[in-house]
Design a protein around this ligand. Structure first.
Ligand code: CTP
Length: 414
């Protein structure tokens, strides 16, 4: 099984470590999600996890035997070392309080803990805890979590809700999407390391909803995916990230400070506040340009209050405002266009006064809206970098690469 790091181009490899909690069944979905994204997944299970879901479920779906015995030498002579060296990233999903403690103490008393202790330096480790709220809040667990974090382990934090035991509180496994996305970003950021560590970045995302009355609003087709990918990519590269997002159906990305807003005016206020601490802003939100001037405070009745006319007033242009006050900081905008992409993007770069415009086509069969891939050009005063169609996580990394280049250029000039 052992292969050298000089393998020709190959699928990214994820070691999925499954421990014994009721959320085990969700690990199957995480595996499927990673496979859909092109990953080769191998699974390691504890004896307790195998009491919840049979290894056969994982084996049938991933096409590899489940690793659960340090002394099983059918696949390799030293299974825990080979498996640890095989992985590009390791994820513990779900992680019980016990395995969190074992990881913190460096115990190695079964196949999983031994393999995780043998992970080579530089292989990202992602831990998604799930447990009873009191076990989670117990100072021992919290101390162990901090220990792991201090060692660079990425925590995909549990969320609040009704737990399997009936208690309500924090302890539910994070969403399948949030875990899979965090794993993918760890893979992509591995080669870039923590090049955004010490930086604070602001990302805006999603559509805005402009109220007509308490139940009706003006919105647009933005899914928020690109902005969420940007936030997750920056977090994976070590940045402190504030994501200001309009309404979307996406789960909050791991390790990101998320500010949920509804209207353009709320997005403006939240972004202006966050930008004060930021070194860069990427405005990926599809902000409404106009908002109803006088939203009704009650549901309009068609029989008495005809809606054949809604008076609109312009919203504040967040990107233009941030650009005007940026100083040495980097500000990036998006141009979502249905036609004349290059011309419109360049005009937008000048009009908004930002450093870069990420231009993409929307509408039609190749629309970026809602899609998992995007084909963008990164336009600057000096020229345009036309990128191939790529998954949005990769586009996000390319945008941060461009931001890093600008920071470096500015620092070199000082
Ligand atoms: N933007 C913003 N605040 C607004 C409107 C837009 O911050 N009130 C930002 C978007 O986040 C994006 C960029 O401006 O980064 C371009 O958005 P777009 O809607 O394409 O541009 P508009 O200024 O609305 O221009 P037009 O509608 O003429 O294309």
């Amino acid at each position: 099984m052992r292969r050298s790091s000089q393998d020709a181009r190959r699928d990214p490899r994820v070691l999925l470590c499954v421990t014994g909690g009721i959320a085990v069944y969700k690990a199957v979905e995480v595996m499927r999600s990673l496979q859909k994204a092109g990953c080769d997944v191998r699974v390691c299970m504890t004896a307790e996890a195998e009491r919840f879901v049979a290894p056969l479920t994982f084996e049938a779906l991933c096409g590899h035997p489940v690793a659960d015995d340090v002394f099983d030498d059918r696949e390799s002579y030293i299974p825990h070392i080979d498996l640890a060296e095989w992985a590009d990233v390791a994820c513990v999903v779900p992680a019980t309080a016990n395995v969190v403690a074992k990881l913190a103490f460096g115990l190695a008393d079964d196949m999983m803990s031994t393999t995780l202790l043998a992970l080579p330096a530089g292989t990202p480790l992602l831990v998604a805890p799930a447990m009873n709220v009191h076990m989670w809040l117990n100072p021992a667990t919290q101390h162990n979590v901090q220990t792991l974090r201090g060692r660079g382990v990425r925590l995909v934090m549990p969320v609040s809700g009704r737990l399997a035991c009936g208690d309500v509180g924090q302890g539910k496994l994070a969403s399948v999407d949030a875990i899979a996305q965090a794993a993918l970003f760890s893979l992509l950021s591995k080669e870039r390391g923590s090049d955004l560590a010490g930086r604070h970045v602001l990302v805006t995302a999603g559509p805005t909803h402009e109220a007509i009355d308490p139940v009706r609003y003006i919105a647009n087709e933005s899914s928020g995916k690109m902005g969420f990918c940007l936030a997750a990519a920056a977090a994976a590269r070590g940045a402190e990230v504030t994501l200001v997002t309009g309404p979307t159906t996406l789960g909050d990305p791991a390790g990101v400070d998320v500010v949920h807003v509804t209207s353009a005016s709320q997005m403006h206020d939240a972004s202006a506040a966050a930008f004060q601490e930021a070194d860069a802003a990427v405005c990926a939100a599809a902000v409404a340009d106009y908002t109803p001037a006088k939203p009704a405070d009650h549901k309009l009745k068609k029989a008495f209050e005809p809606m054949d006319r809604i008076d609109l007033e312009p919203t504040a242009d967040i990107l233009a405002e941030l650009s005007a006050s940026r100083g040495d900081r980097v500000v990036v905008g998006f141009a979502a266009e249905t036609n004349d992409l290059a011309k419109n993007a360049r005009a937008k770069l000048e009009r908004k006064g930002c450093d870069l415009i990420v231009a993409n086509l929307v509408g039609g069969p190749d629309s970026a809206f809602g899609s998992d891939t995007d084909q963008v050009s990164i336009v600057s005063a000096g020229g345009s970098d036309d990128l191939p169609r790529m998954p949005k996580p990769q586009v996000a990394h390319a945008i941060w690469d461009a931001v890093v280049r600008l920071w470096n250029q500015r620092e070199a000039r000082r």
